[in-house]
Design a protein around this ligand. Structure first.
Ligand SMILES: [Zn+2]
Length: 354
């Protein structure tokens, strides 16, 4: 039972603590949102900011273009070393096509920090794509994903390999092209040699999106137990509705991956973003309903202000802060915490491409 990291195959038992959804290098300009509540210059650089301006980045992270450019190697390395020191083992790096992914950059970070990095292939949302990519058929996209899984990333074939598919980006309402890229991914599970590919999903911002997406994936051949539904913390806001989703698709994995975001103001959708306490309350609700074998966690760091060097919580946040709250406030047992952060990821990330 092994996973494919950027530095080679690794026994899943050796992955240690896993953050299931992060970014080490990406550009998120496709999600630039000028806020009507913020009068600051959107071109301001983080490094030139006063404390007042930095406070505005905390409230309106998508208003500042520089904050959407997560490319500072030294800042990310520093942060990964902190994660490692706290007991971190592995990070799933899910920057797909459209997010300026860079496998070599991430492999170097892995080498220098000692943190395993499992990186994804596939496509982000339509708004992030070139016209050529948007014109691609299901077959072309399926072939692209197959080629990368088998032969390595297009940027460095034969050298660095993806260990999962995703995050596969979907909007609400889903676009025709996004429907096609989901079919291209779902098909893998019925294609000889690709049955074990884990698929990680970025759903549209609507509580009906996860259900629609799983339908598209499974109708194309996707296997529920290899599908991770990301960003549930900002998508389905009640335990009962999460449970309904889980009942409908009995083996799909729930991912709560926005830990560390504590502001209720969310620029991307007219909903309250939950804080960590609320995330843990929902997770505990699902655990009490018997779902502990199908939950994984992450922080989805995708903006610079969340790195330690910029005054953020860093990749180590789950280990530094949330673990203690989970055990001592949410009263999640140590065994179940271990399941969500080690055992479940081991099963999901097991991959054997032939
Ligand atoms: Zn993400």
């Amino acid at each position: 039972m092994s996973a494919t990291t950027l530095l080679g195959r690794k026994k899943v038992e050796d992955l240690g603590f896993v953050c299931a959804h992060e970014h080490l290098r990406m550009n998120f300009e496709c999600s630039f949102h000028k806020s009507k509540l913020c009068s600051e210059d959107t071109n301001m650089k983080l490094k030139n900011m006063t404390n007042h301006q930095a406070a505005m980045v905390r409230q309106f992270p998508y208003h500042f273009k520089d904050n959407l450019d997560l490319t500072d190697y030294e800042a990310v390395l520093y942060d990964l070393k902190d994660y490692k020191q706290l007991g971190g083992g592995t990070i799933c790096e899910v920057s797909t096509v459209g997010l300026s992914r860079d496998p070599k950059f991430c492999a170097k970070l892995s080498e220098e920090s000692g943190v395993n990095v499992i990186m994804g292939t596939g496509y982000y949302v339509q708004a992030a794509q070139t016209d050529a990519t948007k014109a691609s058929s299901v077959e072309v996209m399926n072939q692209f994903i197959q080629n990368e899984l088998k032969d390595g990333f297009t940027e460095c074939p034969g050298e660095l390999y993806p260990g999962l598919v995703g995050e596969m980006g979907c909007s609400w309402p889903i676009t025709e092209w996004e429907r096609r890229h989901l079919q291209a991914a779902g098909m893998l599970h019925e294609q000889p040699g690709f049955e074990t590919a884990p698929i990680s999903i970025h759903p549209g911002r609507n509580e009906k999106a996860p259900e629609e997406i799983v339908r598209i994936l499974t109708e194309a051949g996707g296997k529920e137990e290899k599908i991770v539904m990301g960003h549930l913390d900002r998508t389905i806001h009640e335990v009962e509705k999460l449970a309904e989703f889980g009942d409908q698709f009995k083996n799909v994995i729930f991912e709560f991956d926005l830990f560390g975001i504590e502001n209720s103001h969310y620029q991307m959708a007219p909903v309250f973003m939950p804080n960590d306490g609320e995330r843990l309350r929902r997770i505990k609700g699902l655990i009490d309903l018997g779902c502990s074998d199908r939950i994984v966690l992450g922080q989805d760091i995708h903006t610079s202000h969340r790195l330690l060097k910029n005054g953020g919580h860093g990749y180590g946040h789950l280990l530094r802060v949330v673990q203690d709250q989970a055990l001592n406030v949410a009263l999640i047992s140590p065994e179940i915490w271990e399941k969500m952060t080690k055992i479940n990821p081991q099963r999901i990330l097991t991959i054997d491409i032939q």
